[in-house]
Ligand binder design. Structure first.
Ligand code: NAI
Length: 455
């Protein structure tokens, strides 16, 4: 049988593409070698958020509840129970994806897929000893944790002293101490969880700042907050060697040796293109990623690449939209991917959320911008629910008053940032935003306040 569509990879990119294509009555095969849901559901976004929610409850109980008139003294956190609940949540979500595949009449093949070549109808893929033929092919094989060539690191990973996001989420006992290599999104979320539950955490970051390209002021505020809570940050520091539980580092002050029970490697992710046999159909890669155009097409007609594999924006929500674009294009509809307003959230406590340009990226592009910054304490709801909180919002406008970026540090900014993403994507001005009625009292009202402050 010749299928309409073959999809390699059952993460957010692949399962969303399969579900959309299935509902459009295409015959679809989805290949997944591990577990439906990919990194996001099994060893990324969802398990991490489950752990962080337990940590947040514990933080309130142990340190903050009395500020709200609640006596929660004696609170304890049971890491093993937190991990067991995480496993339950993951199981529910994976089952949900399986049910979606069933209702969309997608054939799921639980095996590693390898492209074998072109055929008269399209393409052939081998999986589990069978050959599948499809008219179109979507590659959504995702990414894996980058392992830098630091002497001794490979051995430390093999021995279990060093871990990636995959293994750390399954630790049954909390380590006494943890070195986090990389102060990006994964590093900070994991540092946050383990700091909350009492692990001694040291973050080693190569750059002079944490949180990657996020707003510098927000990144500094987050670092100060976590420093007060006991996390040690070693910035502008390079890891040079791993020897068992010891990590040799180098910075402007010279060389030092750190030691910890466990080491988390969180220095970025790499697209998983190596084992797909892309050469057999002529799909080219650039620095390991598959380049795509705005319709998610690769250089080979009929082949699309969505999600982390194209290396453009390694986020599940980007992957969803890219998958929809690819399926719409395959179905003959006009659709294109826009990367101008992809929200980014770091789920620490408080959360950091941003979209579009930051002050720094705008200036680096030579854009003339206007910036408005307001404390979140201008929202009554924030004061009611965030005792002692000092978060803020920042809006970045271009010279025509069009919103081109926004950032917010404070809870629950992850639930609010989409509003600003709509404004950035639709190129709204502050004057237009100010005419929208927001519910009161909400923390989200701060957007409107910031917009009004601008006009
Ligand atoms: P990342 O790119 O966010 O951060 C990696 C950090 O490691 C950077 O700050 C970099 O300067 C540093 N680094 C690189 N090499 C180093 C070295 N040898 N020594 C010390 N520091 C070094 O990558 P991360 O945190 O691994 O996350 C991977 C991907 O997963 C990202 O693309 C991210 O978008 C995604 N993700 C998203 C989440 C979210 O949306 N909340 C949560 C977790 C992951």
């Amino acid at each position: 049988m010749v299928y309409d569509l073959l999809i390699i990879g059952g993460g957010p990119a692949g399962y969303r593409a399969a579900e959309r294509a299935g509902h459009r009555k295409m015959s679809v095969v989805l290949f997944e070698e591990r577990s439906l849901g990919g990194v996001c559901l099994n060893e990324g976004c969802m398990p991490t958020k489950t752990l962080l929610y337990s940590a947040k409850l514990y933080d309130y109980a142990k340190g903050g509840a009395h500020k709200y008139g609640v006596d929660a003294s004696g609170a304890v956190i049971d890491h093993a129970a937190v991990v067991a609940r995480k496993d339950k949540v993951v199981k529910t979500l994976v089952a949900g994806v399986a049910a979606q595949m069933k209702s969309a009449k997608v054939t799921v093949v639980p095996a590693a897929a390898r492209i074998t070549g072109k055929s008269a109808a399209g393409f052939t893929v081998e999986a589990g000893g069978e050959i599948y033929e499809g008219r179109k092919l979507i590659i959504a094989a995702g990414s894996s944790a980058a392992v830098p060539p630091i002497p001794g690191l490979k051995e430390a990973l093999e021995s279990g002293v060093a871990m990636t996001n995959r293994e750390i989420l399954d630790l049954k006992a909390a380590p006494k101490s943890l070195i986090v290599l990389g102060g990006g999104v994964i590093g900070l979320e994991m540092a946050s969880y383990f700091n909350s539950i009492g692990t001694e955490v040291t973050v080693v970051e190569m750059l002079g700042r944490i949180g990657g390209p996020t707003d510098l002021e927000m990144s500094e505020m987050l670092r100060e907050l976590y420093t007060q809570r006991g996390v040690k940050f070693m910035l502008s520091t390079k890891a040079v060697a791993v020897n068992g539980q010891r990590l040799a580092v180098e910075n402007a002050d010279g060389k030092a040796e750190l030691s910890a029970e466990k080491i988390l490697v969180a220095v970025g992710r790499r697209p998983r293109t190596a084992d797909l046999n892309l050469e057999s159909i002529g799909v080219y890669t650039e620095r390991g990623a598959i380049p795509t155009d705005e319709e998610m097409r690769t250089n080979v007609s009929g082949v699309f690449a969505v999600g982390d594999i194209n290396g453009k924006s390694m986020l599940a929500h980007t992957a969803y939209r890219e998958a929809e674009v690819a399926v719409n294009v395959i179905a003959g509809e006009h659709d294109t991917m826009s990367y101008a307003a992809i929200p980014a959230v770091i789920y620490t406590n408080p959360e950091l959320s941003s979209v579009g340009e930051t002050e720094e990226t705008a200036k680096a592009k030579g854009l003339k911008v206007k910036v408005v910054k307001l404390p979140l304490r201008f929202s009554g709801r924030y004061i009611a629910e965030n005792e002692g909180g000092n978060g803020f919002i920042k809006l970045i406008m271009d010279s025509d008053g069009i919103l081109i970026g926004a950032g917010m540090i404070g809870n629950p900014s992850s639930e609010i940032i989409f509003g600003l993403a709509i404004a950035v994507e639709r190129r709204l001005t502050c004057a237009a935003l100010a005419k929208v009625v927001f519910p009161h009292p909400t923390v989200g009202e701060i957007f409107r306040e910031a917009a009004i402050a601008q006009i």
